[in-house]
Design a protein around this ligand. Sequence first.
Ligand SMILES: [Mg+2]
Length: 152
Amino acid sequence: MSSQDGKRTNGLIMAIDFDGTIVTHDYPRIGRDVGAIPHLLSLQNMGAKLILLTMRDGDQLAHAVGWCKERGLEFWAINENPGQKEWTSSPKVYAHVYVDDNGVGTPLVRDTATARPYVDWSKVGPTLKLRQAYMNGLSRADVAGAERPPNV
Ligand SMILES: [Mg+2]
């Protein structure tokens, strides 16, 4: 694995939680789609490296990975950053950005069905795209077009 896959890359490494972040809380089942997938696909098109970072394991993890794959989303890695072993033995999964419904300050949507909120992608999605766009060296004027993959 090259150093491009670890820390030194233009693609922001984004660690994305599953329950309460990609779907509503309904563990061990899969909750409702909260609209993350189009944002995550767009971020991948812009160069972001997405890590699924979840407490799910075994069949529950496989179901979550399959649910995302059915919607066209395949992660760069699952519950690890494959490149970090080159420069650390720490078990913490290295990422530039962590998106998790338990994160302090994460924009959330109240879910009356489960009483547990989920990530508000209408706010988080554009913020992440802006960060990736700047990482790609786009100007402020270009950022308005961040929905589209950049021609770089
Ligand atoms: Mg969660």
